[in-house]
Design a protein around this ligand. Structure first.
Ligand code: ADP
Ligand code: MG
Length: 263
């Protein structure tokens, strides 16, 4: 873990991204420390995915800066970011179903090591022990030799997490990591993520629809609405913020008890 507690791992300053005349991300600034789990929430159309894709290199900002330990990430493609220690998981799990579980992780290790990937060349012998160790960290080692497409959905998400760890990330970006999961599975995945964050000092930025996940597991929350960052703070602070409640839920509803989350 960093000894420079004052310097952020990730720093986003005055970020702008418009589609036509639509300011999808409008002057957003925030920072993220090593070992921190930061949630990005907001109603549909708030700009979460745009913000997320600016950080992961899929989109290029119109203006503003994104730096990782002082190094600009702007204009770098996702694969270049991966080699800088920026990893991501996807809303819809992305694995190679035809390979075994351990081979999936071996493919990620090959990529992390800058080896060229030939889809027809199986990675059976490549860093097998390291791959098993990564699987053990997500409690999938007992399923290492099953086909990827034979896993239950929650296990695919854990496999994806093991693959995201193959490059020893400093920053892990997760796009709705618990989408499509049952409540107990969601909490298990986020608890696992928390343990990895603690053990490895990784910083995590994740978008999330489920309020119970955000309030139970995030260290800090960013709230976006109509492209702007309208509030940030601890889950408790956000839960108590009338501005957040009004904008995020359009009046009426307030944040409920943890168990009441959104679909
Ligand atoms: P969220 O993820 O919070 O639902 P998005 O970032 O997907 O929000 O979208 C923010 C705004 O930007 C919306 O008005 C959306 O219609 C618009 N937008 C997002 N992506 C594109 C795109 N590729 N082209 C045009 N408009 C887009
Ligand atoms: Mg989105």
């Amino acid at each position: 873990m960093s000894t420079h507690h004052n310097s952020a791992l990730l720093s986003v300053q005055h970020l702008h991204k418009a589609f036509g005349g639509n300011q999808a991300v409008n002057d957003v600034s925030f920072s993220l420390q090593a070992g921190e789990l930061l949630a990005l929430i907001g109603p549909n159309g708030a700009g979460k995915s745009t913000m997320f894709n600016l950080v992961n290199g899929q989109l290029v900002p119109d203006s503003g800066s994104i730096t990782l330990e002082g190094v600009s990430l702007v204009g770098r493609k996702p694969h270049a970011l991966w080699h800088m220690g920026v990893s991501r998981t996807f809303q819809t799990a992305q694995t190679f179903g035809s390979l075994t579980v351990v081979e999936n992780v071996q493919m990620a290790l090959l990529s992390a090591d800058g080896q060229s990937l030939s889809p027809w060349r199986r990675a059976t012998h490549y860093r097998h022990a390291d791959a098993l160790q990564l699987l053990a960290q997500v409690q999938l080692d007992t399923q290492a030799h099953r086909a990827g497409n034979a896993l239950a959905y929650g296990d695919v998400k854990r496999l994806e997490l093991a693959m995201a760890l193959a490059n020893e990330p400093r920053l892990l970006l997760m796009d709705e990591p618990t989408a499509g999961m049952a409540p107990d599975e969601r909490h298990a995945l986020m608890q696992l993520t928390r343990d990895l964050v603690t053990q490895r000092g990784v910083a995590v930025l994740f978008t999330e629809h489920s309020m119970d996940v955000v309030f139970e597991h995030a260290d800090r929350v960013l709230v976006m609405a109509r492209g702007a960052l309208i509030a940030q703070g601890t889950p408790a602070q956000m839960q108590a913020d009338p501005h957040v409640q009004a904008v995020y839920f359009g009046g009426g509803k307030t944040f409920g008890a943890p168990a009441s989350g959104t679909p």
